[in-house]
Design a protein around this ligand. Structure first.
Ligand SMILES: [Zn+2]
Length: 187
C-alpha cells in the first residue's frame, strides 16, 4: 500500500512539473477507476513545495493558491508568501498591473504577428505579484472593460459534494463575489 502512495506521489510530481512520460500518462488515462483521493494527494504534493504552513484549499494557477488561515479566513496567496486578501475579492485588484495599449507594445509579446490584438480596440493587461513579480495572469480585453474575475469557486460545495470532506468553517455566505468591498474602500 505504501508503495502505491509513493508511486502516485512521484507521478503527481511529474504531472505538476510537466515531466511525466508517455507510458505513465497512458496508464493514468486508462485507469479503470479514478483514485478517489487523487485531489488530496495532489494538494499534499503542492503543500510540500511551499514554504508557508497555511492549508492549501485550491490551486488557482501555477503559483497562486486559495489557502485557509484558520476558521473564517480563506485568502488568495502567492507561492512566495504574498497575501492578496479574502479570496472572494478579485486578487488582481491587489496586484501590480502592466497594460500594453499600442501595437508596438503588444507585438513585443505576440507571435505570430497576425494574431496581435488591434490597438485601440483591445489591450493586454498583465498581472504581477507585488512581492516576487511572478506574472499570475494575462487578459486581452477592450479598453475600459472591468477587471476579469477568472474564478470564484464554491469551495464548500466542492469539498462537501465532490470530495466528501466538508471544510471545518463551511458556511452559506462564503460563496459570493466580494470584489466591490475592495473597490468601495478606494473612494
Ligand atoms: Zn509572489
Amino acid at each position: 500500500m505504501s508503495d502505491d502512495i509513493s508511486i502516485s506521489k512521484g507521478i503527481i510530481e511529474q504531472l505538476i512539473d510537466g515531466q511525466i512520460d508517455d507510458d505513465n500518462l497512458e496508464r493514468l488515462l486508462k485507469l479503470p477507476k479514478k483514485d478517489s483521493s487523487r485531489f488530496f494527494n495532489y494538494i499534499k504534493v503542492l503543500q510540500g513545495r511551499v514554504r508557508w504552513k497555511d492549508k492549501i484549499l485550491l490551486r488557482l494557477s501555477d503559483k497562486l493558491y486559495i489557502v485557509s488561515q484558520g476558521t473564517g479566513k480563506r485568502i488568495t496567496k502567492c507561492e512566495c508568501g504574498h497575501e492578496f486578501g479574502d479570496y472572494r475579492s478579485n486578487w488582481k485588484l491587489q496586484s501590480k498591473v502592466r497594460v500594453r495599449k499600442t501595437a508596438e507594445e503588444m507585438k513585443a509579446v505576440y507571435d505570430p504577428k497576425p494574431a496581435v490584438p488591434e490597438a485601440g480596440w483591445q489591450e493586454i493587461r498583465e498581472y504581477f505579484c507585488p512581492s516576487c513579480a511572478t506574472q499570475h495572469a494575462v487578459e486581452v480585453v477592450p479598453p475600459g472593460y472591468p477587471v476579469v474575475m477568472e474564478m470564484l469557486p464554491d469551495l464548500d460545495k466542492f469539498y462537501s459534494d465532490y470530495l466528501g470532506k466538508p471544510l471545518d468553517d463551511a458556511a452559506s455566505d462564503w460563496y459570493q463575489d466580494k470584489t466591490s468591498d475592495t473597490t468601495s474602500n478606494w473612494g
